[in-house]
Design a protein around this ligand. Structure first.
Ligand code: ADP
Length: 193
């Protein structure tokens, strides 16, 4: 069982690497941004509720996100592990996740901390804005998301470092190089267990 958490700023490549891990190890890639975009695309009640917050680059309320993840982690396909990407983003979410995983007796195997200088984040997101046309990739949306990352999410790095299962991944490199390193880390983790 591999319970993997991806942490790191916007544009660090968590989505790209999360998909690669998912395919290689047969684990579901649980990406909260993807889940929210799907809900908005389908126009579900959840989608309609989060759309204005998402579009403005804000954070969806903790209780909504916690409920969503609680349900998703209980699904059959997550029974052998998961790659969690985009959650937790706040201290409240991190505590809720700790509790949830405690309850089901499944601690995080490893937390991969994607490290990327802020100017590279901005550069990558600005480029993606042109390519993908995501509603939140406006200059203001990008600024706000990065600010919220520093204020709310970055402190979680210390939370996980203190538990001893944090591994830093320099992310300002080509996709292939980052992927090679992640595979090396995951093989090491598998050996240690
Ligand atoms: P990015 O990391 O580039 O901002 P994501 O696709 O991970 O992109 O998330 C997009 C948006 O979805 C966030 O800006 C936020 O509005 C919402 N969101 C995703 N995950 C969470 C979360 N755990 N808590 C609150 N809001 C979230």
């Amino acid at each position: 069982m591999l319970n993997i958490l991806l942490l790191g700023p916007q544009g660090a490549g968590k989505g790209t690497q999360g998909k690669l891990i998912s395919r290689e190890y047969g684990l579901p890639h649980i990406a909260t941004g993807d889940i929210l975009r799907a809900a908005m695309g389908e126009g579900t009640e959840l989608g309609c509720k989060v759309k204005p917050i998402y579009d403005a680059g804000g954070l969806v309320p903790d209780d909504i996100m916690i409920g969503l993840i609680r349900e998703r982690l209980a699904a059959d396909d997550a029974a052998n592990g998961f790659v969690l990407d985009g959650f937790p983003r706040t201290a409240v979410q991190a505590e809720a996740l700790d509790e949830m995983l405690d309850e089901i007796g499944r601690p995080l195997t490893v937390v991969l901390e994607f490290q990327l200088p802020e100017e590279v984040s901005i550069e990558r997101l600005t480029r993606r804005a042109g390519e993908e046309g995501r509603a939140d990739d406006t200059p203001e949306g990008i600024r706000r998301r990065l600010r919220l990352y520093h204020e709310e999410t970055e402190p979680l790095i210390e939370h996980y470092r203190a538990r001893g299962n944090l591994v830093g991944i320099p992310a300002d490199r080509p996709v292939e190089a980052v992927w090679t390193e992640i595979q090396r880390v995951l093989e090491q983790v598998a050996v240690e267990r």
